[in-house]
Design a protein around this ligand. Structure first.
Ligand code: ATP
Ligand code: MG
Length: 228
């Protein structure tokens, strides 16, 4: 397997007035294409911070992340935006769906972002088709016209997963995707992720739940700013 992502010597420090909090202290991580990795660690150990840095949503104070052998801190603004929008997909604990839009439109959103008026209609047509297919894959074919607030937690997370897959990301990053769900519903979400991984999707998932983590290819533990 070739490496898709490599993080080297990551340091992250938060300054709050006089106080300094060092969260990551020289963390190294390599993700191979096709892998499903779980990151576990105590609350406040820096799991979300790490995931945000891996996906280019946040910057380390030292160290760097390479995606496909290229350092993302050397990307210009446009390239970094395309990286965040097209190469990686994010799934969050609290879904972050837009309640004004129905399920189908929520899922289509990442494909429509940045589309100019030229070609907008054609783009919309193909995006609709893809969004409908993804919703079918996650078992929500019957819910496309619902608004997020009309769905259960597990259903909302399925919508968020479909949205994260909209631009066919090479890497899917999931931060506590089951953290807000009961164990049965959480299990269903993990099954969706497992199916995606069997189809070749590379996944890094942060979780509190060791049992969920044990079902991935590799479980890594974040302790005192490093992986042990
Ligand atoms: N923007 C910020 N400013 C200051 N401190 C922050 C900031 N973001 C996070 N922190 C602190 O950094 C530490 C790591 O936060 P992070 O959210 O990465 O932890 P986590 O492992 O994801 O925790 P949880 O399991 O509770 O989600 C925490 O102690 C948090 O308070
Ligand atoms: Mg977190």
């Amino acid at each position: 397997m070739t490496d898709i992502l490599k993080a080297s010597n990551l340091h992250k420090l938060y300054k709050m007035g006089q106080a300094r909090l060092t969260v990551l202290k020289g963390l190294d991580l390599t993700v191979a294409r096709g892998e499903f990795i779980a990151v576990v660690g105590a609350s406040g150990s820096g799991k979300s911070t790490l995931l945000h840095i891996l996906g280019g949503l946040d910057k380390p104070d030292a160290g760097y992340v390479e995606f496909d052998g290229e350092r993302i801190d050397r990307f210009g603004a446009g390239r970094l935006n395309r990286f965040r929008n097209k190469k990686v997909g994010f799934v969050f604990q609290f879904y972050h769906l837009l309640d004004e839009l129905n399920v189908l439109d929520n899922v289509m959103l990442p494909a429509m972002a940045g589309t100019g008026s030229l070609g907008w209609l054609a783009k919309r047509r193909s995006a609709r088709r893809r969004a409908a297919n993804l919703l079918e894959q996650v078992g929500l074919a019957e819910r496309t016209r619902h608004k997020p607030y009309q769905l259960s937690g597990g259903e909302r997370q399925r919508v968020a997963i479909a949205r994260a897959l909209m631009n066919d990301p090479e890497l899917l990053l999931a931060d506590e995707p089951t953290g807000n769900l009961d164990s049965k519903t959480g299990n269903g979400i993990l099954e969706v992720l497992e199916t995606l991984n069997r189809g070749g999707q590379t996944l890094v998932m942060v979780t509190h739940d060791e049992r969920m983590g044990a079902r991935t290819n590799r479980l890594i533990r974040l302790v005192d700013g490093r992986i042990v």
